[in-house]
Ligand binder design. Structure first.
Ligand SMILES: [Zn+2]
Length: 73
């Protein structure tokens, strides 16, 4: 009478993904509001990374403007 059903993962194991920032296990569940990041810190770091890069574009331009030493060969 015991028919082996489809193997199911233990309910005690929450689904986790690799945090894009630190690579650590990040809980991928509604309880983790920072998913797919493992924490608010990692999410801020990731957002800050591309935000800083956007700021770097005009910053580099003005930097090259005040540096006539950057002559292309
Ligand atoms: Zn992380």
């Amino acid at each position: 009478m015991t028919t082996p059903a489809a193997p199911q993962p233990p309910a005690s194991t929450p689904p986790t993904v690799a945090c894009p920032t630190c690579g650590g296990p990040a809980l991928f569940a509604p309880s983790n509001r920072w998913r797919p990041f493992c924490s608010e810190r990692c999410k801020r770091i990731d957002l800050g990374a591309w935000a800083a890069e956007e700021f770097r574009v005009p910053s580099r331009e003005s930097e090259a403007d005040s540096a006539p030493d950057s002559q292309d060969a």
